[in-house]
Design a protein around this ligand. Structure first.
Ligand code: SF4
Length: 444
């Protein structure tokens, strides 16, 4: 997935803050950073709620994920949250007697009244399932599209990127755990005067203002337009966890000819995915390993739903690229990488790019070293040998031509990049200028 998401470059370090200081209202550069702020209401939200593991009452033969028992917000917090408009009824759930099952992701959380889902922002209250992550971003940024990473999608353009708190995974190596493993009320503060942006005001907002900032779908689109971004990315944390906010924003963006980019772990059920595909233009999907057992240990997920997501994106005509983070001792076995590449070739063909990404110690895996460079080079050789046309190495400055696109026809470089900067593009109408071989991607 995303080299800035849970794998590699932390949001807060993706580029230096450019406003004057936390309290000040200094000028903000075009590539602005608005860092999340920690709200102080966690204690009001049942933050220490017990976790319940459901193992029964399921129509499926699998256990649902653990939920936060009695973890929904209460009293004043919930009232303030609703007053801000940071709540919205969830799109995909069913009632099972007095309980509710969320049908958004394969975790399939089963909730009793006043419970909170595994992703931390879906709560069962007032006889409905609500998302608490709507119009309340905790991270905003204008990024190069190459940073998602998307190398074959309108290269050299900027993408307006947003995130709220939440994720249905528990990756041991998460680089953005400070937003992905938080509840919305731990990153936002609904007290005090609300702040709602109109386009252009981002230049004058302080970092602490982000705590109280509301940014509804039309505001996100207007801001992307203001910064001349041809696309909006749902990224940094796991956007499936804030599906309704992403969906409504993507729909509003499509109406204005602004494209939508989904940077994701791909852990989503088919029905919401098909609904989302109508408004998606590109995705980067994190294929974290190619073994169910490693998915369970490293990410607390399952492999098959991610493979299904990739096949669906192809079928629905959404451009996508795949990222595979190589974590020493977990996902660095050449035999598994070979099986993954063979599956990608057999099921998706040779033309969807594969980005091998370097692991850096973080979160609960600080004891591991960064991925050795020779492991990354070996993985690239395996993928190329398997027949994949476009293979990259990310988050590593020590490999020659790590980010270069080579023509699969004549072998000449067609796009040269320096990390996230595009240096040269030798394409003519999406074809190699040297031999006219079409290069897969979305080029304009
Ligand atoms: S989206 Fe959240 S609440 Fe719904 S099943 Fe997934 S983790 Fe559970």
């Amino acid at each position: 997935m995303d080299q800035e998401q849970e794998n590699v470059v932390p949001v807060r370090d993706s580029s230096p803050p450019t406003f004057a200081d936390d309290a000040g209202r200094g000028p903000v550069s075009r590539r602005l950073v608005l860092k999340y702020g920690l709200g102080s209401l966690a204690c009001m939200a049942g933050g220490g709620a017990a976790i319940r593991y459901w193992t029964h009452r399921l129509p499926q033969a699998v256990a649902a994920a653990e939920v936060f028992q009695n973890g929904a917000p209460k009293g004043k917090l919930w009232k303030l949250w609703k007053k801000r408009g940071w709540d919205k009824e969830a799109r995909h759930y069913v009632r099972l007697g007095r309980n509710i099952q969320c049908e958004l992701c394969p975790n399939e959380c089963l909730l009793e009244p006043e419970d909170r889902g595994r992703c931390r922002n879906r709560v069962y209250k007032e006889d409905k399932l609500w998302t608490m992550a709507y119009g309340d971003p905790c991270a905003l940024h204008v990024d190069p599209i190459e940073k998602k990473p998307l190398f074959h999608f309108i290269p050299g353009t900027d993408v307006f990127s947003i995130a709220t708190a939440g994720c249905g995974f528990r990756c041991l190596n998460c680089q953005n755990w400070d937003i992905s493993q938080r509840k919305p009320e731990e990153t936002k503060d609904p007290r005090g005067e609300p702040i709602r942006l109109e386009s252009g005001q981002l230049y004058a907002i302080s970092r602490s203002d982000v705590d109280r900032l509301s940014m509804f779908p039309d505001d996100v689109v207007a801001t992307a337009e203001f910064f001349s971004c041809p696309s909006i990315a749902y990224t940094y944390s796991e956007p499936n966890a804030w599906y309704e906010y992403m969906f409504d924003t993507a729909k509003a963006a499509a109406a204005k000819d602004i494209r939508s980019v989904w940077v994701t772990c791909g852990y989503i059920r088919q029905k919401p995915l098909l609904e989302l595909c109508k408004y998606l233009d590109a995705a980067n999907v994190d294929l974290k390993s190619f073994e169910t057992d490693i998915y369970r240990k490293l990410n607390s997920g399952k492999l098959k739903p991610i493979l299904d997501t990739l096949k669906t994106l192809k079928r629905e005509g959404v451009w996508f690229e795949v990222t595979n983070l190589i974590v020493p001792t977990y996902t660095d076995k050449p035999e598994m990488i070979r099986r993954m590449c063979d599956w990608l070739l057999a099921n998706l063909g040779p033309d969807y790019p594969l980005h091998f990404s370097r692991f850096h110690p973080a979160h609960k895996l600080t004891q591991l070293p960064p991925t050795p460079v020779d492991k990354l080079i070996e993985a690239r050789a395996i993928a190329r040998d398997a027949g994949l046309h476009y293979v990259y190495i990310g988050n590593c400055r020590d490999v020659d031509e790590a980010e270069t696109t080579f023509c699969p026809g004549c072998g000449e470089p067609v796009i040269r990049r320096n990390i996230f900067d595009v240096e040269t593009i030798n394409l003519d109408g999406g074809k190699c200028q040297n031999c006219s071989t079409p290069i897969a991607g979305v080029w304009s």
